[in-house]
Design a protein around this ligand. Structure first.
Ligand code: HSE
Length: 413
């Protein structure tokens, strides 16, 4: 049988991982016929004839049916995906920020074209989360999705807490290992996890979540105080993404560092691994875990999408949220706050429950805060000198109660 022709856009970490996986397979229904890259002067370990620098060469080639897009320039990625759909091609994308920012438009474009768009590789590396939500959970009502969605942050936090590594060294390693984004601020600022939460929300909650509706707080300014506190208490610090129904038409959406104790399933998800907990009506809780970053794990997600799309696979979309749910801004929960001034507590309308650093120049305090005050605080000057760590156990207790025996969160609502 004649093999279908694929064009690969991008030959970075993920593109090379995909290429390598394809080279190690036999009897595939497709083959890579061209690789489109930006820089003609870069040395690459493949013959020059396989590369092109002109995307139109690919879109004008009717023999190329499938596009695999794995580039780091989001504007360019958007143009490529749009062109692919307009030309009726099947496209597999790994560009999470581009997808999170443009998903509604791309779904609309796909519905009007003869093309198809799928994007498992954009979220959680090797974990088949979108496929699971699409195919297994399709009729299940999901009350909550939470987890670790960024491999680099998890790698950095694991090295800091478990191996006493410095933040700078751990970040350098995350970059060297190919986990971090070209601009690692996306990872450590919580933006990458927010983008992934938006994509997962479209398939899990069937609603168009936007990044501006998510309270995101990164790990960039983590200090010795939170680290010492975690080590003293036997906690780990994890950057946790949470999307939770709190009441009808209201939800809580956050990406935030959290103290996680040994009973919680995310406690054992270390290094570049990701873990996603799905809370559903009939199945209770499920944890899906696997490598969330890296050349081969993410390349495999693209490879699996290529096989699926070749077999006619596509996503089904529907809107489960016609009323248009909103963030539950009055929702209160407990956090640990490290700041240099009482002004921060006043700005946050923080209800102090415990002072953990009496008599010191900085404040390390425990107390309650409302989502609306955190959302407002994002534009404050003090935002950069403050560190916020969620009391995850308190939040989960408030939301649903915890089954201590299994250490698993019970389904809520
Ligand atoms: N920079 C991303 C991460 C890569 O660390 O999770 C995978 O999406």
């Amino acid at each position: 049988m004649k093999k279908k022709k694929i064009a690969l856009f991008g030959f970075g970490c993920v593109g090379q991982g995909l290429y390598d996986i394809i080279q190690q397979q036999n009897d595939l229904p497709f083959e890579i016929s061209k690789i489109c890259v930006k820089d003609p002067n870069k040395t690459r370990n493949l013959p020059g004839s396989v590369f092109t620098y002109d995307k139109h060469e690919i879109f004008n080639d009717n023999d190329i049916e499938i596009i695999a897009e794995a580039i780091s320039d989001d504007d360019e990625a958007l143009e490529i995906v749009k062109l692919a759909l307009k030309h009726g091609k099947k496209v597999v994308s790994a560009s999470k920020k581009m997808l999170a920012d443009n998903l509604a438009d791309l779904i609309e474009l796909e519905s009007k074209s003869s093309g198809v768009l799928i994007y498992e590789a954009s979220v959680c590396g090797s974990i088949p989360i979108l496929r699971t939500l699409q195919d297994y959970y399709q009729r299940s009502s999901i009350d909550g999705i939470s987890g670790i969605l960024n491999g680099s942050s998890n790698y950095i936090l694991s090295k800091i807490i478990d191996e006493d590594c410095s933040y700078t060294t751990a970040l350098r390693e995350a970059r060297e290992l190919g986990f971090a984004e070209t601009d690692p601020t996306l990872d450590v600022g919580g933006f990458d996890a927010s983008n992934k939460l938006c994509i997962i929300a479209r398939h899990g909650f069937h609603m168009p979540l936007k990044t501006k509706e998510i309270f995101q707080f990164g790990i960039r300014h983590i200090s010795e105080h939170e680290i010492a506190f975690a080590q003293k208490k036997g906690y780990k610090i994890k950057q946790v993404a949470i999307l939770q129904k709190t009441k009808p038409n209201r939800y809580l959406a956050m990406v935030i560092p959290a103290f996680v104790d040994g009973h919680h399933p995310l406690y054992k998800i270390d290094n570049e691994y990701n873990g996603v907990i799905l809370q559903s009506e009939f199945m209770g809780d499920q944890l899906l875990t696997g490598k969330g970053a890296g050349s081969h794990p993410t390349g495999w997600a693209m490879f699996s999408d290529l096989l699926a799309i070749t077999n006619g696979y596509r996503y089904n979309y529907y809107n489960n949220d016609p009323a248009g749910s909103l963030p539950d801004t009055d929702f209160a929960f407990n956090i640990y706050l490290k700041c240099t001034s009482d002004m921060v507590m006043i700005a946050l309308d923080f209800k102090l429950l415990e002072d953990l650093s009496p008599g010191t120049a900085y404040r390390f305090v425990y107390g309650s805060v409302k989502l609306k005050d955190l959302l407002k605080f994002r534009s404050s000057e003090n935002f950069k000198t403050t560190f916020i760590t969620l009391d995850l156990r308190y939040l989960l207790n408030k939301l649903s109660g915890i089954n201590e025996k299994k250490g698993i969160v019970k389904a809520m609502v």
